[in-house]
Design a protein around this ligand. Sequence first.
Ligand code: CAA
Length: 258
Amino acid sequence: MTTYEHILVTREDRVGVITLNRPKALNALNNALMLEVVAAAQELDADRGIGAILVTGSEKAFAAGADIKEMQAQSYQDVYLSDWFGPWDSLAQVRTPLVAAVSGYALGGGCELAMLCDVLLASETAKFGQPEITLGVIPGIGGSQRLTRAIGKAKAMDLVLTGRTIGAEEADRSGLVSRVLPAEGFLEAAKAVATTIAGMSLPATYAAKEAVNRAFETTLSEGVRFERRTFHATFATDDRTEGMTAFVEKRAPEWRHG
Ligand code: CAA
């Protein structure tokens, strides 16, 4: 396994864990960290021994945003030519479910990274926000789009225009997060969720993730058609046969995992 400078990558059975690790900067997302997260996620995604990828930070901060100190000196020409933040889009191509485990600050790019994940688990201590407006910029890693799809225009406008921070309870009520979990034992509980996902049939997991994501890219009738055809296609997998046979035989399924 590759070693990285700004993140830690571990494997716990079928779960890959990416831990953002720039504690002195509250895990601010600099360019090097971005490239490491993308590379690690792609490496884990290519491994059929991995069924879920947990992305997490520290207790104090998931990530306090893109690295403002790194951006401060950049010109328009710099950010345009380098397609600043562009590599983050690669995370949306990862087929393995990404589970964000958010404790503390998830601001700006941190909130956007959490929203790039498929399942967003929040500790009671989590704080979300898009404060870019307070720096004279706007979200740049999809925040204006994913936040609006997640919580609707009224709430998204409030957060993006005022830059205010919301806690886990408001984030849950708004539909931003999948679940809020107690602060005590949070990481273990989040790993348990990832382990549950990783224990499912891999082809069914890929197909389910792709089908749900299709809802954001197409019309309802096209989305339902895509789902129906994909459902039919699951009948071609060994795991479909095993899953239904195991149910009938009253035993746990044994997935082939690739
Ligand atoms: N970039 C660079 N450094 C950051 C940072 C960031 N986003 N967030 C925190 N840090 C650094 C601080 O500068 C500080 O470093 P020094 O000790 O060298 O001064 C260190 O992390 C600890 O931070 P604080 O002393 O500020 O900690 P705090 O507990 O008092 O406050 C905080 C925490 C409220 C999160 C505060 O750090 C903060 O407001 N951070 C910036 C949040 C922000 O504006 N994020 C959006 C960034 S822009 C963006 O993300 C664009 C996009 O769309 C992708």
